[in-house]
Design a protein around this ligand. Structure first.
Ligand code: SF4
Ligand code: MG
Length: 313
């Protein structure tokens, strides 16, 4: 994706002026085949919006999305159909994603009918195989969503996403609503499925430990901007951007030698309607200098695969 921008128009104000929620600003990132790209940031930073634009579930205000070398930004619905199958999304709340009156076997089978994959007999076999793949049992086929726990429901949603043989899945906070013990089971399952089905993931989360567990590379977002991106181990051992450092300092570190001083940011995240000038992080940045108020720092590659947007670095 390159130079993605998303502005949501707001109701006109008292004086008829038009205002926009600047959800995503000039964001460019590449997700490589077979990897898990973790996108982190506080809620409202634009990470879900980014995921939806990449899938073309939301139209970008400007910018472009390429998929396997093809420019898909201006694909029509008709043209999108062929790639929609390859791209799936799963959400935080698996319950709302499932029709409560539909048996889960049918729910998992449905996308196969929609995309005309196989016949009824093949469907049943495929669903049973998918149930097994996600750690459920054949006898679950005829049960309803309410008979399952949150973790099991996320397994069902995954089975349904896999029914159409996707290549790329956007996982939008898929474990945030689950207990910690269940979280790691689902993360391990996602890793297993990635291997079995050769999947590529965009993994969106606000929880850094979850992102660390599953991602190969991580991008950090703040107020609609990508501020830092690096391979996971590099980002966690040598974070460079002041915002990333503050985020990481809040994560409990079991190893006392690696423990960092806690950096507490002052103030709240500013409104995305009136973005701060210059570096959007400047009102809260402990290291801000005069330039930061005026000039927008560009995301630059400092070391191999390590990009940072900060005037000081
Ligand atoms: Fe802080 Fe300035 Fe760097 Fe922004 S550009 S993160 S305000 S030092
Ligand atoms: Mg979100």
């Amino acid at each position: 994706a390159s130079n993605l921008v998303k502005h949501f128009p707001m109701k006109r104000g008292y004086f008829g002026e038009k205002s926009y929620v600047k959800a995503v600003s000039d964001l460019s990132l590449t997700i490589y085949q077979g990897e898990t790209y973790g996108l982190v940031g506080e809620s409202g930073c634009g990470k879900s919006t980014t995921g939806r634009m990449i899938l073309r579930l939301l139209e970008p205000t400007s910018g472009s999305v390429r998929y396997r070398g093809k420019e898909v930004t201006h694909f029509s619905e008709e043209e999108l159909r062929s790639i929609r199958k390859e791209m799936q999304i799963i959400f935080q709340d698996p319950y709302s994603a499932l029709n409560p009156r539909k048996k889960i076997g049918k729910a998992i089978q449905e996308p196969m009918s929609i995309y005309n994959i196989g016949d009824a007999k093949q469907h049943k076999e495929a669903v049973l195989e998918l149930l097994r793949k996600v750690g459920l049992q054949p006898e679950h086929y005829d049960r309803y969503p309410h008979e399952f726990s949150g973790g099991q429901r996320q397994r069902i949603v995954l089975a349904r996403a896999l029914a159409v043989h996707p290549a790329f899945i956007v996982c939008d906070e898929p474990v945030s609503a689950l207990d910690v013990s269940i979280q790691s089971q689902i993360l391990n399952l996602l890793e297993q499925l990635q291997e079995d089905f050769e999947l590529t993931y965009l993994f969106i989360a606000h929880d850094l430990s979850v992102v660390r567990h599953i991602s190969d590379r991580v991008g950090v977002m703040y107020l609609g901007h990508l501020v830092e991106e690096a391979p996971t181990d590099v980002l966690f051992s040598e974070p460079l951007h002041p915002y990333t450092r503050a985020l990481l300092s809040a994560v409990p570190e079991p190893n006392p030698k690696k423990r960092r001083e806690r950096i507490v940011l002052s103030g709240d995240v500013p409104s995305p309607i009136n973005l701060p000038s210059g570096c959007v992080f400047h009102p809260r940045c402990p290291q801000a200098i005069e330039t930061c108020k005026k000039e927008v720092p560009i995301l630059r590659e400092l070391a191999k695969h390590h990009r940072v947007a900060c005037h000081l670095i």
